[in-house]
Write a protein that binds this ligand. Structure first.
Ligand SMILES: Cc1ncc(COP(=O)(O)O)c(C=O)c1O
Length: 455
């Protein structure tokens, strides 16, 4: 692709003004930004972003920063490193044999049909299965016609962005929030209204303010075992949120990929119970069966479903039909609840092990969430010390986590929170890794106190 003769890139300042620069300066800035990103002063990096070295790319893609986690994970792949940084389901629990049997059966009985194009809405028996599960497990009367099969729930989010958001429309988002949603809504050039996530759900006062801002179209939540914090909204908080949003011209998205993975505490009701006319549900088989099938779904009222189907048609015509058939066959031949209980047993044990290790190895000033399900736990360091700086120290001791920074949409300086994943590490490894991380935190706090004797 051709570049402009006069300049090679734009730098966008925090004020939004774009300044053209040449390649030499750009290279210097890139090197400078990289070193700052890791060691020196990240807040300076946050005040400007280098756009693509080509004026042909659309702003919607050039303005979205590179995945911070992916960069961090590059450091964490060395075999010696114990990583709590990932966000994957535990592959040892994938029902490989059962899926192979189901796949053989699909090829044998309906191979030609399974390999053909299909309808946009998704395979009816699969939608009927999902509908039935909502009825029996969650007491929600959801019909198959209100379920659209998507290519993972991430595509569900994309279709919602496409359907609802004009440039500069507002999205209320948890603070901290799911990175995939932050990235997605950024592509639609939405403005974020971050609302503090407390131990029982978002802060109601902040939500009241945010929900009154002009052009607020969506509120995005992960109310069960949230990514990144592991927090679950209480029923009381859900009801209060519904009361704040009721009648306002906005939709609440309840993204629930982890809801089935509860290993302690009591089930909390979906927002569908409290705010049925304004709730859109997102679901997924990624955490309960396998993520590679990329099979998720959206639940929405009729008039929204019509628009979503148009958006989906334009996107990919339909989700992979073979995997939909395979999944439906697997679900018919096997007991999903039984399989989910195996996952819950393992994750529950690992979560408990992590909490016990944290109690033994972390300084008392460190606080953490107590997840009742899901795959993540959230840690807050004392004195506002930087999780990014701790990351450098932890890597030297061969242990990795995700610093909290990328989960915030209004970041001004480095944060003191971090995410730990426990789904993919066994208990012995958790013990070793948390001990190493505890050592890093102790050392950091000692140094910090030496430098800041008044704290
Ligand atoms: C909160 C949340 N929503 C959506 C997704 C995407 O899931 P899927 O694999 O169904 O696209 C994830 C994946 O980790 C997630 O954590």
């Amino acid at each position: 692709m051709r570049m402009s003769k006069k300049f090679d890139a734009f730098v966008t300042w925090a004020s939004g003004i774009k300044v053209p620069i040449n390649k030499k300066i750009l290279d210097q800035m890139a090197a400078w930004s990289q070193s700052m990103n890791v060691k020196v002063n990240r807040s300076a990096l946050l005040s400007w972003r280098v756009l693509e070295v080509n004026t042909m790319f659309a702003d919607r893609i050039s303005d979205v920063p590179k995945s911070f986690i992916r960069e961090i994970l590059k450091v964490a792949i060395s075999p010696n490193i114990i990583s709590f940084a990932g966000g994957l389901p535990n592959r040892e629990l994938f029902p490989v044999q059962e899926l192979q049997t189901a796949s053989n059966s699909v090829f044998e009985h309906s191979g030609h049909e399974a390999l053909q194009y299909s309808n946009t809405e998704g395979y009816l028996p699969l939608r009927e299965f999902i509908s039935q599960r909502y009825k029996t497990i969650k007491g929600l009367n959801i019909e198959p016609k209100n379920i659209l099969i998507t290519t993972g729930s991430q595509q569900g989010l994309d279709l919602l962005g496409k359907t609802f958001l004009n440039e500069k429309d507002r999205v209320i988002i948890e603070k901290p929030g799911y990175l995939g949603a932050i990235q997605l809504f950024s592509i639609y050039k939405a403005r974020f209204s971050p609302v503090l996530l407390e131990n029982d759900g978002v802060n109601i006062q902040e939500l009241m303010v945010a929900s009154k801002l002009r052009n607020t179209k969506l509120m995005y939540t992960v109310p069960n075992f949230q990514n990144p914090t592991g927090i679950t909204y209480t029923n009381e908080k859900r009801e209060q949120i519904a009361n704040v949003l009721r009648g306002k011209p906005l939709m609440l998205i309840e993204d629930d990929p982890y809801g089935d993975l509860r290993y302690s505490g009591t089930h909390q009701s979906s927002f569908m119970h409290y705010l049925p006319e304004q709730t859109i549900l997102l679901g997924s088989f990624s955490k309960t069966v396998v993520p590679s099938f990329r099979t998720g779904w959206i639940v929405a009222p009729d008039e929204i479903m019509e628009k979503l189907i148009v958006a989906k048609q334009a996107s990919d015509l339909h989700t992979n039909f073979f995997t939909q058939k395979l999944l439906a066959e697997y679900l018919q031949q096997n007991d999903l609840n039984e399989h989910i209980s195996k996952i819950k047993t393992v994750y529950g044990r690992q979560c408990l092990a992590m909490i016990e290790c944290i109690k033994r190895h972390f300084p008392k000033e460190v606080t953490y969430t107590l997840p009742e399900g899901g795959m993540f736990l959230w840690v807050t360091l004392p004195y506002g010390i930087s999780a990014m700086d701790l990351f450098q120290k932890a890597i030297e001791k061969d242990v990795a986590f995700v610093p909290g920074d990328p989960f915030y949409t209004d970041l001004k300086e480095s944060v003191s929170t971090l995410r730990l994943n426990f789904s993919c590490v066994d208990e012995a490894t958790i013990e070793k890794g948390i001990a190493r991380l505890g050592e890093s935190i102790h050392e950091y706090i000692t140094e910090y106190k030496q430098k800041n004797p008044t704290v």
